[in-house]
Design a protein around this ligand. Structure first.
Ligand SMILES: O=C(O)C(=O)Cc1ccc(O)cc1
Length: 413
């Protein structure tokens, strides 16, 4: 039987310069410091926005997880900066780890306790089948502190002068919406199967036109992408308020992206090349107000991909944005993409189409890679009833990346 997860705890990023990245997340992305841990051999900085927590890890390559080394994580083999750990809270770490071991998972850190004056936790680390990704399992039911034992809380969390300055403003990021893996061709099925067996993840259809056997395939005009998505349903527990079917969804979805052989240079293959293998390509941060969040982050120096101007100039797209009740000028100012999820009948303007109230759509914008390689980036996403991903937005993103790569190549000539 698969392991039961309680919730997503955090995503760990392993980098060569933790202070620079933590500064970016604080000052540019408006995250708040929630704890730091510094030893002779490791630096760890935890940052939070809503329930989205990043832990920025720095340690000497090759150091294992042992006294003075990293806590709650292992050091990836490659020296390249990477988002490579997704941590889950579970109820019973020993049982969960044993179960995963029996299912054939590699356990890299067996269950171990950590405590400080605010309580205790138990954690273990297992390897995923995807590239350098590992999963930490944590039971923090015995801990009262802001983050995890070993991390020193800032003197006045969320209330220091600098903290107030950097965390204020309308940056309405509430949680991780999704985590997207980039993987080599023809591996999606095997990855999906591993997450189903180990964690009970279930297939989630990205788009109404998706084929159950082949995933959501977007092909043509320089795009060749296969997406397969999965989500986790947590079984109900006695005494917990749950929907009547007794299951509750983990907020975060997992998306597996692979490129198709027929297409040329692209975002996935560039990632695999520069990251030296499969891994987390991007994380979607959910916002309840993408325009103001994007404005704030842009003013703070975050660089976003700009869709080609033709995107907003197309009459159909313009009308689609207007029908959703959004302002095309404003969206184009910030490079925000919009995709509606409505059936054709509806879209043809038949009687059923009543404007914004009937339109399910989502808006997205993508940052440029936040490491020095063309690898990991962040996304802002605001959903208005649409739960999947839109083809139009993905095509526009790929085109923007392509334009950027071409400009870079021209500069290098
Ligand atoms: O749209 C999203 O956020 C996705 O996660 C889909 C996706 C996957 C891979 C890409 O290179 C671009 C888009």
């Amino acid at each position: 039987m698969a392991v039961q997860l309680q919730r997503l705890s955090h995503i760990a990023l392993h980098v060569r310069d933790s202070e620079r990245l933590a500064r970016d997340l604080l000052r540019r992305f408006r995250f708040q410091l929630c704890g730091t841990r510094v030893t002779e051999r490791a630096k760890q900085i935890a940052l939070r926005r809503g329930s989205a927590v990043f832990v920025v890890n720095e340690s000497r390559v090759g150091e294992r997880s042992e006294p003075g080394g990293l806590l709650y994580d292992v050091v990836p083999a490659q020296a390249v900066d990477s988002a490579c750990n997704v941590s889950f809270e579970v109820k019973d770490v020993e049982r969960a780890t044993l179960r995963l071991h029996r299912l054939g998972c590699q356990v890299v850190v067996p269950p171990r306790p950590v405590e400080d004056e605010l309580g205790w936790v138990t954690y273990s680390v297992v390897r995923s089948v995807v590239g350098n990704i590992s999963h930490t399992l944590i039971d923090r039911s015995g801990y009262r502190g802001e983050f995890l034992p070993g991390f020193v809380q800032p003197p006045c969390p969320g209330d220091c002068a600098e903290e107030r300055e950097v965390s204020g403003g309308p940056v309405a990021i509430s949680h991780f919406d999704h985590i997207t893996y980039a993987c080599p061709r023809r591996q999606s099925v095997q990855i999906m199967d591993w997450y189903r067996r180990c964690f009970g993840f279930q297939r989630f259809l990205v788009n109404r036109s998706e084929d159950l056997n082949h995933g959501y395939v977007i092909e043509g005009n320089n795009v060749g992408l296969r997406l397969t998505a999965m989500e986790y349903w947590k079984c109900s527990e006695v005494g917990m308020a749950m929907p009547t079917n007794g299951q509750q969804k983990l907020d975060c979805k997992f998306v597996i992206a692979e490129s198709l052989a027929s297409q040329g240079k692209n975002q996935i293959d560039t990632f695999l090349d520069q990251h030296h293998g499969a891994g987390i390509q991007h994380v979607g941060l959910y916002t309840t107000d993408i325009v103001s969040t994007c404005k704030f982050l842009t003013d703070a120096g975050v660089q976003f991909f700009c869709p080609p101007s033709a995107y907003y100039n197309e009459t159909e797209k313009w009308q689609e944005i207007m029908k959703a009740g959004q302002d095309p000028e404003l969206l184009s100012q910030y490079g925000i993409l919009l995709d509606s999820d409505i059936d054709d009948e509806h879209w043809k303007g038949e009687a059923k189409c009543q404007g914004p109230a009937n339109t399910r759509y989502l808006m997205q914008t993508f940052t440029k890679p936040i490491f020095s390689e063309e690898t990991f980036f962040l996304e802002l996403i605001e959903r208005k009833g649409a739960s999947g991903f839109g083809e139009g937005n993905i095509r526009a993103l790929w085109k923007s990346v392509q334009i950027c790569m071409d400009q870079q190549e021209d500069k290098n000539l």
